[in-house]
Every structure is written in structure tokens, then in C-alpha cells.
Design a protein around this ligand. Sequence first.
Ligand code: FAD
Length: 481
Amino acid sequence: MNDSKSEIIECLTTMLGANGVLDEPVDCERYRRDWARHELGAPLAVVRPKNTQEVAQVVGFCHEHRVHMVPQGGHTGLVKGALPDSRHPEVVISLERMTRIRNIDPPNFSMAVDSGCILEEVKRVAEEHDCFFPLSLGAQGSCQIGGNIATNAGGVNVLRYGMMRELVLGMEVVLPNGEIWDSMQALHKDNRGYNLQQLFLGSEGTLGIVTGAVLKLSPRPEQSQTALLALPSIEAAVQLYAQARRACSDLLSAFELIPRQCLEIAFEAAPQLSDPLDSAYPYYVLMELGASGPVDLPGMLERLLEAGLEDETVLDGVLASSVTQADQLWLIRESMVEGQLLRGEHLRTDVAVPISAIAECVERASAAVTTYSPESLVIAYGHIGDGNLHINVLPPTQTPAEALPALFEQLESAILTVVDGFDGSISAEHGIGRSKQAAYLGRLSATERRLLAGIKAVFDPDELMGAGRILPLTERSSSSS
Ligand SMILES: Cc1cc2nc3c(=O)[nH]c(=O)nc-3n(C[C@H](O)[C@H](O)[C@H](O)COP(=O)(O)OP(=O)(O)OC[C@H]3O[C@@H](n4cnc5c(N)ncnc54)[C@H](O)[C@@H]3O)c2cc1C
């Protein structure tokens, strides 16, 4: 970067107008922090383009003047990818003003949107047209479609509808040199050579800025059944999951494991909630079935429960009798994440193992944590149907703040070593960003490193976009900043 900060801001302001550029510290404050209240560096400036052309202009300028950039969506990412860097000044490119629904084509089950659209709004518009956009996660009121694409977001409906990777038909991207790559096609089938689009799913803002997307919709489920079931063990949950898929014609859309401690943590964050069952049980499963068309969902669920009660996989349960009651049950699941945040700094992991190995993995990981830190509380919950677990650790309350990073490093390493033993993934959902970079790099083969570095070099040879996320800064890039 050769130009002074004021020269850069002046040029950006000429392009976007005063409203499109923020550089006063007080105005930039909220773009420095993510949902988990992490912060690293201050942005050089925050730009807020209104359309793809403006994004291309800004990126082209930054490329020409060797200014580092980071795209930012709804700040709900959990691996610090969207936070401006502390080592080199970065322009934050926020997509928050790009919120246009471009079109919706119900017979084609597709919808074209600007990437700054909030997920919840996209879901609402799809429903208005009797369609369904299935991506569902706790942050859906804030996260943006561009962020969902960049992190290849998952959520609670993955087992039926897949991750974001399976929900995008077309895409528009501003490449790190300012070129616009327009592939906004609404095709359900296309098999032409390498799939460039898929490279941007999970790229975490390191290969380009997603400015638009054509999303794949499904028919709106006309009926759904939600149940919270109490179970004796994780083994029982895994067994019930297999039974549920078979007994319910594969209409299961969510199957979430919740240990008792998580229920209590959820109540701390949402005191209006109460225990849906009369007694406390070691584990719960929150499950949902959904269908359109004449399907007897209540009958299916009842038969599944009867069989579960009979073979004692299920100890007790409540079936939601209304949408409001179903929402209350889902609020428990959503409040668990907020509740952990309220308890203070904690270790979050996001791993995957084969479904059949879930119980053993949790047992071994808990034992590994207890060996290092007997007073810590391990809570393991997650999306059973995807083998995706959050094995999180709440440290003893008296632990001094300065001791936490070393403790978390030790505990994370212990948990990930257990996951390695099952040939699992150290990041099943949240991505790599900065938080998981060391663990990720340490597990890559030389071949994988070479191929990944090659991909980055094709898209962003000057390492100006999202530099230092997923892959480390190279010496060349560090010295140029
Ligand atoms: C309460 C809570 C629950 C969550 N539950 C889930 C869950 O169930 N499943 C799940 O997968 N995730 C979950 N997350 C994580 C998070 O919501 C997702 O990662 C989400 O997809 C991030 O979107 P965002 O718009 O907030 O992106 P940001 O946090 O703003 O950015 C995330 C990354 O994407 C890049 N980026 C953002 N926008 C663009 C763009 N337009 N083009 C290119 N790159 C871009 C950023 O540079 C950054 O690297 C949860 C988070 C919270 C806080």
C-alpha cells in the first residue's frame, strides 16, 4: 500500500459517496467486532457499496493500489474470518446495503438475490411464494447469504437438504482484481467441466466477493411435526436416529442432540422458557419431520415413539401441538449457544465423525478434557444426522482470564486428537478462518498444501483479499504490507 490513508478514503468516497464510506473510529466500531465480541485490528475504512458495479469499482481500486480488503456479512461467523486484521490495514467491504431480492421463479424452485440479503428475509420471501429455503441456523436474523456461501453454512436441516454447497445454483462474484464473474444461471443440472462456483463455497472471503446468488428452493412443507424426546444415552440417540429415518420415509429434517446441561444453559439465556417435561433426563433429542402432500406425519411419529418407549430408547417426550409450541422447543436449541456466551469465554469446537462413532468420540473426548482439567464442564451437542458435534468446554469459573488461551489450546488439541482417531473433521461447519488455522494446516498433506496455495494464487496472486484466513500469509505478502 503506497497511498496514504486519507488519499485512499478520498478516492473511495468519490466512488461511493459520503454515505458509502465510514472512517471515523466511532462509526467503524461495530465492524471491528463479531457476534462473539472478538476483535483484532481497526479497519482502514469501511465501505458499503450498493450494487455489484460499486463492489467491482472498490475492489479494482484496492487491487491497483495494493490495499488489503476483507468482505464482511452479518458478523456472525465463529472463526474470526470477517474481523479486520491487526497486522496490515484492511478495507472492510460490507455487503449490508446490497439487499435486493432480484427475482423468484417458483416453477423453477429458484430465487436470485443480492448477497447482502439476510437469511431470515430470504426464507420469508420464499414462503410467500409457497416455497422453502431450508438453510436454518441460530444466527439467521443477522447472517447474510454471502456469508452463508463463504462459510458453506450448515444448520439444523442439513441431513435432509444439505449444506449451502447444495443450495446454490448460480453465483456472481467480484474477483480480487475487480473483474465481475457472472454465473447467475438458474440451472438444476449442469456438468460443464470444472465447477468454479463450488470453489467459492467455503472460501471464507479469500477468493472473491460474492455479490449475488441463485438459490435452490424446495416446496414449502405443508405440515411438520416437532418433538422433544428424553433419552438415556447418546447411544440411544444414534439408534433412534437410524430408526427415525427408516420409520418416517426419510422425511426427517432435523435431529439435534441436547444434553441436560445444555437445557439448563438455554434457560439461563431465555428465562421465559420452562422445562417441557416433568422430570430431568440425561439426554434429549429435538427432532422435526416435514412434508408437503398427503402424508400421515403424526401417525409416523407416534409409531416411532411407541417403538422407542417399548425398547427403552425413549424415556419420555413431548410432541408440539401447535406452531407456537414447536417454536418454543426450537428456542431451547437456539438459546443454548447464547447461554454459553453468557457463561463467559469457553472453548468451542465443531467436529465431525461417522455417526456410528459419535458416542465413543464424546466419551473419549470428555475423558481427555477431564485428564487435563478435571473441573471443566464438557458439553457435547449437535447435529446427530450429520455426525457433527460441538464438543465445547466451559472452564472452571475461577480460572484467571490470562490462563484461558493456554488452557483452551491444550484442551482443543486433546479433543482434536480424539477426533483424528476416528478419521474425523476438525471443522465440520464453521470453517477455518483464523481460529482453526493452526489445527488445519498441521493436518494437511504436502499435496493438499500445494494445490490449495495454487488455487489462491490463481484467484488472488497478490494476496490482497482475506489474506491470512484459511491459508497463512506468505512471506511475500507479509513483507509487502
Ligand atoms: C448463534 C449462532 C448460531 C450459528 N449456527 C450455525 C449453524 O448452525 N451452522 C453454521 O454453519 N454456522 C452457524 N453459525 C455461524 C455463522 O452464522 C455462519 O458462519 C454464517 O454463515 C456467517 O454469515 P455472516 O453473514 O454473518 O458472515 P460474516 O461473519 O460476516 O463472515 C464470515 C466469513 O465470510 C466472509 N464473507 C462474508 N460475506 C461475504 C461475501 N459476500 N463474499 C465473500 N466472502 C464473504 C467473511 O470475510 C468471513 O471470512 C452460527 C453463528 C451464531 C452466532
